[in-house]
Structure formats: C-alpha cells, structure tokens
Design a protein around this ligand. Structure first.
Ligand code: CTP
Length: 446
C-alpha cells in the first residue's frame, strides 16, 4: 500500500484545495491530510484564518479523499509524522517547490501544480476589503506598529497624522506612507484609526475619529477618566463602531493560555495575584518628566492591573495606592493593593526602580508563575504542593506582539470573531477610573 501525506490550512475551502487533495489521493492508496491548528498558523504569521479548525477539518473530510486526518501543530512535525506513519510520498502544491526537498531522504517528495487564480488569501481579501489604517502620533510605539501591521493580512498603513507637518513628514518618509497635518483630510483618507499620541490627547482623537465613522484602536491608557471611557464606549455603540484599547498583553496567545489555566480550577480557587512590571527609563524621557501625565502608573499600570481584573474580576471591595516619588515629584514606584471578598492582589509598577517583574497567581491547590517579561508571555509554570510536580507551558510571542491585537481588532471589524472577552469594556472603564483616582490623589489637575 502506498501511503501519501499532505498538509495545509484549508481555510475558506476552495477549488484549489479540492484539486490538490484529489491528485494527492491519486498518487497512492491511502491519503493522510494534516490540517494546521490556529495556534500553529498564528506562530507562522497567518493571523487572519477565518474558519475554525473544526470547520477546516470538516471541509477536508467532505471531499471524501482523506483516509485519515491529523492535526499539525508544530514545526518539525512533518518529519516525525513521515517516519512514524511510514509515509511513501509527501506532497504539497507547487507554491512550496524546493522547500520540502529535505524530506526526500525519508520519502518521495512531489510538488503538484497549484491551481491558478484562487487562494484563501484572495478569498479573505474579497470577503473583507483591505482596511486602510491611519496613525495618529509619531512616537516610538507608532514606529513599532507599522512593521507589525504589515504581518496582518487585510490591513495596510495609509498615512500618519501629526499637527506638526514636519514631524508627520519625517515619519511618513521613513515608512513610505502619507503625511497629514490636517485632520479632515487625514480622516477622509483612512478607514480605521490607531491612536498613539500622548495619553491626554486620546479622548479627543477617539471622539473625533468616531464622529468621522472610523473604528479605533487606541494605545493604553485609553482614557484617564472613568466618564470619558464610558462616554467613548457609548459613542462607539451608537455609531456601530469598534473601539478597542490596545493593551498588547490581553491579546497575546501565551497570556490567554495562562488565564485559561488559572480560571480552569487547576490551581483551585484563586486567593492571591501579584503582578509587577518595572522599567529603567531615561530621566529625560517624557514618561519621567511630564508632570501632569507621566510617571509609573499611567505608563505601566494597565499591564499590571490586567491580570488582576482578568483573574479575580471586577468586584473588589477596596483598593489602596502607595507610591514613591522621584526628585521632580513624579511617581517612580507604585503599588496598588486590592481586597476581594476571598482574595487579595497587588499590582506594582516602577519607572525608575528595578524589581523582579513577575506574575504570580496563587490558589488553594497550587500556583502559576510567569517571570518577566510575563506581559509578553512565552513561558510559565504551574506548581503544586509536591515541589517535584511542575507543569511547564510555552507559547510563541512574535516580534513586538502588536500583530495579535491588530489581528483581533480586524477580525472584530470584519465580523469574523469577537475578541471582546479578552479585554472587556468594563475592564477598560475600571482602569480609566483607577487612573483618575490615582491622578487625583497625586493632586494633578487633569
Ligand atoms: N493549493 C493549490 N492551489 C491553490 C491553493 C492552494 O494547489 N490555488 C494547495 C497548496 O499548495 C497546499 C494546499 O493546497 O498544498 C493547502 O494550501 P493552503 O495554504 O491551505 O491554501 P492557500 O489558498 O494557498 O492559502 P493562503 O492563501 O492562506 O496561503
């Protein structure tokens, strides 16, 4: 019996897929089809897969060509499958020509002619037209956003706005996009807006963008006042627009895996969460000199509040703020203690103080620990009473990680999925409320 194997994503199943499977089956007697998992596709940079794994498997099954279907979840798996399953022929479409020649030491490698003029990418783009992104702001985070957006299919960065034309031009030249200093022409040239301007300008820009009918993704902290956050979400609802706070950790695959385990009961009932994020920032930086909006909490607070709200929820009974100030009076180290009916939590952030940045979640059966940079979770451990019993989890986090939030944002705009649960509106509102309380306590008149 000749055993044949092929692999693919098979998203939005099309004629090209059908013809490939048909010919693959004809190469032998028994056809095995490997279908990729969402996590594997994400890791490979395919971020906008529309169909779920189950749908994609069903579609392959329906063709009747596959004698067996398996799931492909990691690089290097092909090699193992071929040996383990005693495969005679490995086949894929000609778009991969040459790339699997290394397998020819173990089986025959056949590249089948690709069907012309059809691909999942084409169908995805037809289903959802390319969204033109406009960036407001020309700072460091805006710089990081552009290469990340390039990795998400279905979006293209069209232009940048900065009220100072020179700054807009400098940025635009570097990234080969258009520069705008006039807000009206900026809004008319783009479909969606990424707000990456100084914190205090977020509210005004989001409001304006939504008045122009644009979906908005805004850097954290989205708002510095509870009322403003509530109002913005209300506006978004009324206009039928997506408003999305870009706390990248919330969309990062590893962090979501960790939350899944924390909330599954594996470590029992959660009694304590400790989250710490510190950074040694240049003393001249905006973060450490902006007397009104700078400091450790406005800068890093969103990251450390996130796991607490996600794991313990929104019904805390009390919060206490403790802070150490630098020479110019700005907070450089801040600790927020939460009291819940059955748990306590601390969120710690520092901008001029270095501490061990870790996330610790303790429960009645065990604890989860993720070391810095846990906000880009790639690794965490689950520990139990028996110190020898340790479960280790890894997950990929590619590049600067903004691609995950951009991809979720886009899927929501296109109606393909709803990632709202990853950072809910009410969690964003609570964070804005806490920013407000903190700035009030610091006597900053915002
Ligand atoms: N394939 C093909 N002809 C096409 C499209 C795909 O023969 N027009 C083959 C691929 O070469 C691969 C298999 O079908 O062997 C699964 O491909 P997959 O990557 O899932 O499909 P694409 O349409 O190429 O997807 P994408 O556009 O996302 O890359």
């Amino acid at each position: 019996m000749t055993k044949v194997i092929t692999y693919g994503t098979f998203d939005l199943f099309h004629e090209g897929h059908y013809r490939l499977l048909q010919r693959a089956k004809e190469l032998g007697d028994y056809l095995i089809v490997g279908v990729t998992t969402e996590a594997y596709d994400k890791a490979r940079g395919k971020l906008n897969i529309v169909d779920s794994l189950m749908t994609r498997i069903e579609n392959v099954k329906k063709t009747g060509f596959a004698d067996e279907i398996l799931i492909e979840e990691a690089p290097g798996q092909k090699f193992n499958d071929i040996k383990r399953l005693h495969i005679d022929i490995f086949t894929v479409g000609s778009d991969w020509r040459g790339q699997f020649d290394y397998l020819s030491d173990y089986c025959k490698v056949v590249y089948l002619e690709r069907t012309k003029n059809i691909s999942s990418t084409m169908l995805r783009e037809k289903n959802s037209r390319i969204q033109r992104i406009g960036i407001i702001g020309t700072g460091r985070i805006a710089e990081r956003f552009i290469p990340e957006a390039k990795l998400v299919s279905g979006v293209s960065t069209q232009g940048v706005y900065n009220p100072h034309l020179e700054s807009a031009k400098r940025f635009a030249d570097k990234w080969e996009i258009d520069a705008y200093a006039d807000v009206e022409s900026f809004f008319s040239a783009v479909d969606i807006v990424y707000v990456a301007s100084p914190h205090e300008t977020h509210y005004g820009y989001i409001k304006q963008a939504m008045e122009h009918g644009k979906h908005v993704i805004c850097e954290k902290p989205m708002a510095l006042k509870k009322k403003q956050a509530e109002e913005l979400f209300q506006d978004a609802k009324e206009h039928g627009l997506i408003l999305f706070e870009g706390i990248k950790t919330a969309y990062c695959p590893g962090f979501n895996k960790l939350l899944g385990i924390a909330c599954s009961g594996t470590i029992g009932s959660i009694r304590n969460v400790e989250a710490c994020f510190t950074k040694l920032e240049n003393a001249e930086s905006r973060e450490l000199t902006d007397q009104k909006y700078g400091g450790s909490f406005t800068e890093l607070g969103s990251y450390v509040l996130l796991p607490i709200l996600k794991v313990l929820g929104e019904d805390f009974e009390d919060i206490q703020y403790d802070t150490i100030r630098g020479e110019n009076g700005l907070d450089v180290f801040t600790k927020i203690s939460f009291r819940y009916p059955n748990a306590i939590a601390t969120a710690t952030c520092g901008l001029g103080v270095k501490s061990e940045g870790r996330l610790l979640i303790a429960g009645t059966k065990g604890y989860i620990v993720a070391e810095a940079p846990w906000w880009k979770t790639t690794y965490f451990e689950v520990h139990y009473e028996n110190p020898l019993e340790v479960e280790k989890y890894t997950e990929r986090f590619l590049g600067d990680g903004l691609r995950y939030e951009i991809s979720d944002f886009l899927s929501m705009i296109n109606g393909n999925s709803n990632s709202e649960f990853k950072l809910t509106r009410s969690e964003s509102v609570i964070m804005a409320d806490m920013m407000e309380q903190f700035l009030e306590m610091e006597n900053r008149n915002i």
